[in-house]
Design a protein around this ligand. Sequence first.
Ligand code: ADP
Length: 833
Amino acid sequence: MVADDAIHDATSPTAVRNSAAPEVSSLAQLTLDGLRPATTVLGCVYFLFALVHLRMPPSISAILVPWALGSAVLLLWLRWILRRDHEIRLSVNAISMAVVAIAMSHSFATLALTQDPSQALNLMILLVGGCFIFLSRTLVIGMIAAALIGWAVVVGPRIAVPPWNTFGLSLLLASAIGYILQTTRLHSVRHLEELRRQADERAITMRQRARYLQTLISIGQRINGFLDVDALLNHVVNTLHTIFGYDFAGVFLADETGRYLDARAATGAVGEELLAEGCRLDLGKRGLVGWASKYRETVCVNDVGRDDRYLEIGQLPNTRSEMVVPLVVGDTLLGVIDLQSDRLNAFSQDDVRVCGSLAAQITTALQNASLYELEHSRRTLMETLYQVGRALSQTLDVGEVLDLILSGLEKVVSFDAGAVALERDGELEIVAARGFDEGTDPQMLQLPIRENGVFRMICGDKQPLVIPDVTELLTWEYSEELPGTRAWVGLPLIDAQDDVIGILSLSRERPDPYTAHEVVFGTAFAGQAGIALNNAHLYLELTEAYRLLRRLDNAKADFITLASHELRTPLTLVTGYSHILLDEPELVQDPSLYAMANGVALGAARLQEIVDRMMDLAEIESQTLELQFEPTHLDLLLMGIVRNHAQTASRRQINIVLEDLASLPEIEADRAELVKIFRHLITNAVKYTPNGGEVRISGAYRRSLRESQAGRGVEITVSDTGIGIDPEHHDRIFDKFYHIGEVSLHSTSETKFQGGGPGLGLAIVKGIVQAHRGDVWVESEGHDMQACPGSSFHVLLPVSQPVVAMEMKRRLMELEAVALPQSHAGGPSPGTN
Ligand code: ADP
């Protein structure tokens, strides 16, 4: 009877929504398919009947012909309606009943008027045909009942006599055959319908699976392209939410400790809320998430009210079904996907399978993205460290470098506020900051250091301190001026003495704890910050020391200038008067008085020499030394100097040898100054050579002065067989006042072995050589009083001086000659010393 009702309602709008809708429409369709040819054939047959009825007696044909014609017209009209009305707005059953009624009325009319028992054959044909066409059992039974009752009524009492009773039996038989036919057909149609329905269902399932697979493939293809973990997870949850229609989709990732699962991506307003409050669940403990993460298996509950493991998330009170899929690599749990729905039985086996495959893909993509992120962070770290390193070598502005460090750090470690704070007088003083409120000047903040506070903890361990959530730390001190903090890490800044001088502090407003990677990166930057601070500190110290040295040096230079000038006048008096005394006949006759006066004269001469050197040095240092270049023969000049040393040398049995000097070319030089150079060098050579030694003065012509400098030069070498000089002093002996060893141990004589001197000789030598654009250096294996390895002083002088310098000198000399003719005439002639 279900099918009857269904067929009856097949065209009503509710039927379309009925669960049996496919069967109804197909049964109705079948009936309709039979009705169309039936009405056509019957229509034609009734035209024929009309013709046949014409041959009947007029009284009968007058009724039956119009009846048959009317029936034919009605049937063809119905046929026309059936053709036009594609959407079958009219009920199929109503049309069927109309067809039956038309055919049956004509049969009964013919039977009644003709009283011909064989007319029952028409009814029989109608019954069998109708039972075959109509699939509504009610209609068929109604039709049979109407035919039998109608026939009995028309036939009346003749029903018991032959041949009427024979036709009556035939009619019954036809009814039975029709009924059986109808039942069999209905059964096969239903069976066919069932088969079709199953095939359709299978096709739907296949289509659904294909869609799942397609979605899986497309998600897989897309997620592998994500290099950012958060973007990847957001894509995954949004896809699950939109394509599969789950009410809530979220991904929780395991933290580094392996104790918690942190919400990393979730859909909808609930998701936003969970992420904002930093939702974290206990790994392996309560809820379906806990179960799935503990056993690393997918759990799917289609009625959470009946499962003890279910734990409600406050924001999702309407959840009826939940599925949790773990994300596992080997033995490691990366996290879980949590899907929730407010419908019962929301997840099918297919859903479980699909989510399982998706989880495998997400796990791989997650690993790739994590690796990429790590690699990217490492590269950024290296690049930033390189930049910071460069900045460190280029600037000593510590503020600039610390700012650079914080901005570099921001690229690899996320933080809402970062600061470099140094310990000063029991407080922490912020020297660089990032991410503070516009209104606050972090540099003005003074943070007290408490004994049990975080700074002291860091000082004790000299290790980074990570606080996952400061609200859980009782000793955490809140300050209104500081940005809101949940997750925090403090990294020690360590100075050259391995002391903690401050901290690099990073904080997040969300309770998203700093990971081990982030701490490693942060430590690298804290190291750089430590170097920057040390550099700045060293620089300050060096600048201080340099200033002090400059002051001392200036004072020394001032002293030399002042002393040499101030000593000159009294010295001239002492020298003059001592010579007058020595010439006094009375004094000459008194040996003791003469010795005293002679001592005064010698002392004054020695002092004069020192003052002269001081004057020379003052001139060099104040850059007022004016050279008067002229062509100079070095062999002649050197012979003259050696001659002056002959007496001293012979007294100490020192042999002074001159060699290879005659072939040297003339050079452009200031002779008077050259004399000073070689007098100092020969004096030193004699002084530091024991009695019986040798001093050798040799010359060589050089085609180029230095590798980098074109031009010819002459190299004079003053070698001795003396005590030698340790290589560590080779550079510094050219500094003024520099002495090797204990000064007090030196003898006071200029020419005695290791006689003392003011430590100015070589400084003057260097100054004059440089003024000639030359070079001076010493070679000696080392210092040894016994073995006497000797020393060699090399003086390299250019053959010619630059034209500009020479020309300027010449002009200057001309000007001087014009301006001061008499002083020039009375001045000392060069090369006479
Ligand atoms: P001083 O005026 O004291 O001689 P110098 O500037 O001439 O000072 O020399 C500086 C130092 O270099 C000397 O104190 C001496 O120790 C060392 N020195 C210079 N020449 C020689 C040398 N030929 N052999 C060994 N030591 C030398």
